[in-house]
Design a protein around this ligand. Structure first.
Ligand SMILES: [Fe+2]
Ligand SMILES: [Fe+2]
Length: 251
């Protein structure tokens, strides 16, 4: 899309075409919900904002790929762990608060005639507290241990890393149970939201909420896939392949 075309579009049209633009408008204090029927040029001149700045940010979105086809299986555990942290944990941290805000607003405004929006807000709240604790455990305990086991296996760490949890299977089992729980909460939201399809009367916040929830679910499932199916089995195997004498310090 060119800048001239962008200029003539209304804020509401742009959010409808690409929900990621909602975050840009929110950041600049532009109402994309009830007051979204104005063009970017008009809203910027009313609010004394430089339109070119917003246009540049919107155009930049078009060059951001949503998916990748990395060969995760070939990566070292240290590299894969860092990827999961930098891509998926960062994504979750950046979006939990934003989606909560949208979910609470939609439940408040539409909850009486669309009661499922209240249930969605409640389920989302459970996801937020579960995932926040879950990621902390991975970031502070499990992932540093996995990285150190790999460092030890390559000789860059002299001592087998010590832990309070015995073998790695025990925290991994806990992480997998927590993945199941969060995954099932997310699927309940998917069912309640009719596969993230908004009703005809939905306002822009409602539309952005469902689009963000769908995006979040896609990211979450990829995140869980990388941990459950690639990182965890490889970490278990690596730990098992070290001689008992080597890992006796861990117990
Ligand atoms: Fe994770
Ligand atoms: Fe996880």
């Amino acid at each position: 899309m060119e800048i001239e075309t962008l200029n003539s579009k209304t804020v509401a049209e742009l959010v409808a075409n690409d929900y990621r633009t909602a975050e840009i408008f929110k950041k600049h204090g532009i109402d994309f919900c009830c007051g979204g029927k104005k063009s970017i040029a008009k809203v910027c001149s009313e609010k004394n904002i430089i339109a070119e700045e917003i246009e540049k940010e919107i155009l930049a979105l078009q060059h951001q790929p949503k998916d990748s086809d990395h060969n995760f299986n070939e990566w070292s555990l240290i590299f894969l762990t860092d990827y999961i942290l930098n891509v998926h944990h960062t994504y979750v941290s950046n979006n939990l608060g934003l989606i909560s805000e949208f979910a609470e607003k939609v439940a408040r405004v539409h909850g009486d005639h669309s009661p499922e929006t209240k249930d969605i807000a409640k389920l989302w709240g459970e996801i937020v507290s579960e995932l926040t604790m879950h990621m902390k455990k991975e970031e502070l305990l499990l992932f540093p241990y996995i990285k150190n086991v790999e460092r030890y296996s390559k000789g860059s760490l002299k001592e087998f890393p010590s832990t309070h949890f015995g073998t790695i299977k025990s925290p991994i089992r806990m992480m997998e149970q927590e993945h199941d729980l969060v995954g099932s909460l997310m699927k309940q939201i998917q069912v309640l939201s009719n596969d993230f399809i908004v009703p005809d009367y939905a306002c822009n916040t409602y539309r952005v909420l469902y689009a963000k929830l769908e995006e979040f679910q896609n990211d979450l499932f990829q995140h869980i896939h990388l941990e459950n199916n690639i990182l965890f089995p490889k970490a278990i195997l690596l730990e098992e392949n070290l001689t008992p004498a080597d890992n006796s310090n861990s117990i």
